[in-house]
Design a protein around this ligand. Structure first.
Ligand code: C5P
Length: 285
């Protein structure tokens, strides 16, 4: 038997860091949305009790550091499964980019293995297991547009964000999420109005939504990597309706209502960065 799952990238329309919790994680309130750029995972049963990962990406480890491996182990341990699986990954989401590529692959693994091993678990049950793999994985189990709070484990589904074009630009630097959170100072932090973004998504008001995009982590990453600010400035100069860093970065995304604008932003940034994608927001489902 062969099971296929898509693992879409996400962007943060809003990310507010509220405070540092006793468990060392930060209490967050975010609006996340899936975009039409996805990895593809194919799962096949193996006769022996092993998790084997194969990928077309040279950036992805295929051992226990891979979130796919960790997700399979979480499921195997929780349900005492002694079966093996071969996972083949066609990687399209930039790695270590702030787009939840690894987390989305892990979530796709939970969904795929639930089907392959006929466990009959609901998405809610998978989301509970998912947090043991990483904070963004519970959201990625369902994807679409959602308010995500707590450590990343409290989910409130929203209607799909208003349709538009998303230009994603990843500079060639790597950013550690742990280091970005570690450098966050609550004396000097921007708190975006997450409720206003949520209300705009519910009202399907694109113009109100783009007014309120914001990310508490952006200034931390910009301080170390000014190129993030330069990309934002160029995106606005070339006609983007808004530009924001996703997650802990370093990817910056621009939102454009019109495709011609998205093309202009993309063309304008191509000379500056190699990793430039124009994608559509995803309709729900
Ligand atoms: O959960 P995950 O392993 O993806 O998180 C990576 C790092 O990001 C954590 O080790 C932690 O330093 C930071 N983090 C945080 N608060 C969150 C999520 C992540 O401080 N809610």
């Amino acid at each position: 038997m062969e099971i296929i799952e898509k693992a879409p990238a996400k962007i943060n329309l809003g990310l507010d860091a509220l405070y540092k919790r006793d468990d060392g994680y930060h209490e967050l309130k975010m609006i996340m949305s899936s975009v039409d750029l996805a990895d593809k995972l194919v799962f096949r049963e193996l006769p022996q009790d092993e998790v084997i990962i194969e990928t077309d990406s040279s950036f992805l480890p295929v051992d226990k550091r891979n979130h796919i491996y960790q997700a399979a182990q979480v499921l195997k341990k929780a349900y005492g499964i002694e079966k093996g699986v071969h996972v083949s990954v066609r990687k399209r989401i930039p790695v270590a980019a702030g787009l939840a590529g690894g987390s989305s692959d892990a979530a796709a693994t939970l969904r795929g293995l639930n089907r392959l091993w006929q466990l009959g678990l609901s998405l809610d049950e998978l989301a509970v297991l998912a947090v043991d793999v990483g904070s963004d994985v519970p959201y990625c189990v369902r994807g679409n547009t959602a308010v995500v709070s707590g450590r990343g484990d409290v989910l409130k589904p929203l209607p799909a964000m208003p349709q538009c074009w998303v230009v994603m630009v990843k500079p060639r630097i790597s950013v550690s999420t742990r280091t970005v959170f570690g450098s966050l100072s609550f004396n000097d932090i921007h708190h975006p109005d997450i409720d206003a973004i949520e209300a705009a998504v519910v009202a399907q008001d694109y113009h109100e939504m783009v007014k309120h995009l914001g990310n508490s982590l952006e200034s931390v990453t910009i301080q170390k990597h000014p190129i993030v600010q330069q990309i934002k400035d160029k995106m606005i100069k070339f006609g983007a309706d808004a530009a924001l860093m996703s997650g802990s970065g370093p990817t910056v995304f621009a939102l454009c209502e019109k495709y011609s604008r998205a093309q202009r932003v993309s063309n304008g940034l191509k000379g500056f960065c190699q990793d430039v994608h124009i994608v559509r927001t995803l309709k729900q489902g």
